[in-house]
Design a protein around this ligand. Sequence first.
Ligand SMILES: [Zn+2]
Length: 370
Amino acid sequence: MQIKYPDSDNALRSLWNVISFIEGRFNSCIGQKHNAITIFYASSLIITRRVSYNNIQLFDKIKDLINLSPRNFICLIRTTAPSYFHGHMKFLHKQAIDFLRDKCYVVLYDRKREFLNHAKFLIFYHVCFSESIVYHGKYYGSTNLTQVGLSYNSLHVGNYEEFDITNPKPKLNITGPDLFYLREVQEQMNHKKKLYTDPNYLKSFLLDHLNAMNSVLQHSNRVISGTSLGELYETYINLLIIYNQTYALLEEMPGKELIEKLIEKLMEIKPVTNPFELEVMIPKNLNNAELLAGDLMFKDAELGEIINKHVEIVRKTYGLIKEEYLSKLENISEYFDEKERIFLDFVRSNSEYHEENLEKVISWPKVSER
Ligand SMILES: [Zn+2]
């Protein structure tokens, strides 16, 4: 592990070295018309557009690589839904997502009902079938993709962070841990593609969430009539969680022109709860809920009232999504924004090639089999 001191740019330098390495290999293989694929998988809580090193912006560098040959470059980004944040943070985070989402698979919500995407890493595989070689490297640590997270400003103000790096190098075998990451890429890429190309998948993805909302509502109605403080608290938290996740779900869905209006309406109903506040409030179980409710000095009657209010909020949102989104799902492409239209073309032209080659990497022959 390495420490990034406030006045050090070692984290950004290390990250930059990984990307420069990818650039070198990718340019060389594409230049020689090799049969090659680069798998670039990055996750961060916050991403921002203007992080730069030696006056080159990080995201420009990534975008240039993709544009050089989109079919040979798989870019998967996992991050937080912008509406989880406020003000300028929300704006800048969304700006970075918008910059990438026409040619990257950007994932903001996981159907396994992930609470927060807090993992920060960059992992890559560059596989050249023509040369029969795999290159791999990774960067991971506490750093978000922000200037002071990775480096410092002109006054040498920066974050205290920790990170580690596996320097890019050739790899003989694709082993178990590699398969784990590659299958994650496969799963997430497939998911994002199907949201835009498979109406049945899109519908069932939405219905899964609507059903989850419905179960929280039903459970809340059962709990409200006289139970323990712990149960009331747990119910209140479950309502807050499903409401926050609804924002993330919407931002994950296609049809941005429709989604933006829906999110505005949700903001009027109730803004998201600060995810960090909610994170510390989530109890492990009922006993734990009882303790937390006591710590926060909640009273039964007060929680009952709060629950009623939040049941109304979730119910209203449920109805809104059904009426204004689910009903329009069959013609969702009419509500695509420019970026989505480009992404759909990108998926149509490249995703089959991406899938085939990712599958080839996953079944890369072991040394002993070659
Ligand atoms: Zn090559």
